[in-house]
Design a protein around this ligand. Structure first.
Ligand code: SAM
Length: 177
């Protein structure tokens, strides 16, 4: 399944770190691309590219400055589904099996502060990861882990330059190639 993450409401003065974490979580948990709505933030893009160049993922797409409404409409016109993660939505367990078995292209929308009502209306599903307020990073990680049934944690990027050797204590990192 092709999965992209659309991040709304990024404020370059305040959100660099959390937006970068949304993108890195998307990459590490099995999404193929990250889309930043509204603005281009070179610092965010540079951080993601740097991780991809060392840890692999040159195929991971990063798109910035898109109009979110047009992007969502275009995604749906192409036959893809759109889910918006929000604490006001329906329980993730109610829909995750249907999404996993029937969807070929999935756009996951996460917000920052208040998300405009139109996003709730345009999305095929508004999905809650519990009904408590927490974070776009937490919501995205749990959603992707449920979607991929945990298999994403075993994914290896073939173009990685380094990889971790799991150890009980300490740190072991090996260079590849
Ligand atoms: N009151 C906001 C709302 O509308 O959900 C919370 C803003 S929160 C700081 C930023 C983003 O985290 C939200 O736009 C949503 O994508 C995600 N989020 C936070 N809590 C969530 C939850 N319980 N379930 C799903 N997504 C959540």
């Amino acid at each position: 399944m092709k999965v992209f993450v659309l991040r709304l409401g990024h404020r370059p003065t305040r959100d660099k770190r959390i937006t970068t974490h949304v993108a890195l979580t998307a990459r590490a948990f099995g999404a193929e691309g990250f889309v930043l709505a509204g603005v281009h933030d070179e610092k965010v893009v540079k951080s993601i590219k740097k991780v991809c160049s060392i840890w692999g993922g040159s195929s991971f797409k990063v798109v910035t400055g898109v109009d979110p409404i047009s992007y969502i409409n275009e995604w749906r016109r192409g036959g893809g589904l759109v889910v918006h993660l929000t604490m006001y939505g329906i329980k993730v367990d109610e829909v995750i099996d249907v999404l996993r078995s029937s969807c070929r292209e999935l756009l996951i929308v996460v917000g920052a502060e208040k998300v405009p009502n139109v996003i709730y209306e345009l999305s095929d599903y508004n999905i809650a990861i519990g009904h408590q307020p927490h974070s776009e990073v937490g919501a995205l990680a749990v959603f992707l882990d449920r979607l991929f049934n945990g298999r994403e944690l075993y994914f290896i990027y073939s173009d990685a330059k380094i990889r971790i050797v799991p150890t009980e204590k300490g740190k072991r990192v090996v260079r590849i190639g």
